[in-house]
Design a protein around this ligand. Structure first.
Ligand code: PLP
Length: 431
């Protein structure tokens, strides 16, 4: 595999951009490689500047449910750009977008558009704190909600803890109000609510965790969160930045039949443009300025181009709900293929799948929380990753991310992936 052009660009990139990348996971550092630089992509395929072709399972980390440069999503885009790129004055497409989201999510009565998932969760927490007049928030180990200060925490030792910053630059004082519990462990939540319940403004959770591989929330766990937050008057926030419009059209909340008080969106609702959104019950959302006192703003929020693409993306999903079944069938095929491979090669591994999100962990199951995920053999994964890359398959360059399937992935893509995965495991595990 020739990657000379990518190498050259990378050498130039590191001079001007920290690590040569604008988001750390793109660096391929965890697998001991330098990044490939992309030229273009179409459908399920991505092409680097050296002309190598890969079946893409990153898909921009989730937004591209319909694959790269989908013609239906793109049609009409040029006209929109030519009209103007941003106005700082409202446009009708923002209203259409809001209505589309509100119609799809019964728990979302009003919605505010922002520019990223990070902004969505950060803003939702501010609103929840103002609404409850409380300061503490509760999150779960292994769930990622973007990189705002109060959410950049890990748990200390023990199952129930006060947050410890995961990054220098985050003051201890900022995270002192962030409590951390173990995912899928309702008991730890009940304990912490006994102690702090009346000070907890919000519980924020990925209903299906997609940032520690794929770990689905157990139904009893999520239902338990709903019950306990109601009991104590805390706001339950579902971070559906990955799962929204992916797990089902109505997101994880539709699949589990649970209505959170607030919901965060991102990724798919922007179709690959920078978009996020947060919404919820009218009473809560009317806290937001200019109706209410909570300040939250954005020069480019509700950008017409982003709204147009996002609106198209979601509308296509709305009109073609069979896509969800098709996508799940593809994911099941991948899941079964991986399981068969593990068995044939006698390799200790676990395949977790939720809808079209799949993860092959190199550790024995069940994998239900962050601790379980951390048992994975990362060195074997790194070899596995490189062998797949050589065979024209692009995974997220870490064991701890999901494989994102798009509707553009063909049966042929999946079959080839299963075969290549077998060969890569043979090499990684010396079989
Ligand atoms: C990606 C992600 C975010 C952050 O979104 P950005 O657009 O990267 O800021 C938040 N929550 C979850 C669940 C995510 O997967």
């Amino acid at each position: 595999m020739n990657t000379r052009k990518s190498e050259n660009i990378y050498q130039e990139a590191v001079k001007y951009i920290p690590g040569g990348v604008n988001s750390p996971v793109r660096a391929f550092k965890s697998v001991g490689l330098n990044p490939i630089f992309v030229d273009k992509a179409k459908g399920s395929k991505i092409y680097d500047v050296d002309g190598n072709e890969y079946i893409d399972y990153i898909c921009s980390w989730g937004p591209l449910m319909l694959g790269h440069s989908n013609e239906d999503v793109l049609s009409g885009v040029e006209e929109i750009i030519r009209k103007g790129t941003s106005y700082g004055v409202p446009t009708e497409i923002e209203v259409k977008m809001a209505k589309l989201i509100v119609d799809a999510y019964p728990a979302v009565e009003m919605v505010r558009m922002v520019n990223s998932g990070t902004e969505a969760t950060m803003s939702a927490l501010r609103v929840a704190r103002a609404y409850t007049k409380r300061n503490k928030i509760l999150k779960f180990e292994g769930c990622y909600h973007g990189h705002s200060d109060s959410l950049l925490v890990k748990s200390g030792s023990g199952t129930i803890t006060y947050g410890v910053p995961t990054s220098p630059g985050v003051p201890k004082d900022v995270v002192k109000d962030t409590l951390v519990c173990r995912y899928n462990d309702l008991e730890s939540v009940q304990k912490i609510f006994k102690e702090h319940g009346n000070d907890i403004a919000a519980v924020i959770v990925e209903p299906v965790a997609g940032n520690m591989g794929v770990v689905a929330g157990k139904k009893e766990f999520l239902e338990g969160l709903r019950t306990i937050t109601k009991e104590y008057g805390s706001v339950l926030i579902f971070d559906e930045v990955i799962t929204g419009f992916r797990l089902a059209f109505g997101g994880a909340q539709e699949v589990y039949g649970i209505e959170p008080d607030m919901t965060c969106f991102g990724k798919i609702i922007g179709a690959g443009l920078p978009v996020g959104a947060y919404g919820g019950k009218r009473e809560i959302m009317e806290m937001v300025s200019p109706v209410g006192p909570v300040y939250q703003a954005g020069t480019l929020s509700g950008n017409p181009l982003a709204m147009y693409m996002g609106y198209k993306n979601i509308s296509i999903l709305k009109e073609n709900k069979n896509i969800y079944k098709e996508l799940e069938q593809k994911a099941i095929k991948l899941e079964n293929g991986f399981k068969e491979n593990l068995e044939k090669l006698n390799v200790k591994g676990t395949v977790n799948r939720a809808g079209s999100l799949v993860c092959l962990f190199f550790a024995e199951g069940p994998i239900e929380n962050y601790e379980d995920v951390m048992k994975c053999d990362v060195e074997k994964f790194n070899i596995y990753f490189k062998e797949l890359l050589k065979r024209g398959i692009l995974l997220a360059p870490t064991q701890f991310e999901a494989m994102f399937l798009s509707n553009a992935h063909t049966d042929e893509d999946i079959e080839y992936t299963i075969k290549a995965s077998y060969e890569a495991m043979e090499i990684a595990f010396d079989k």
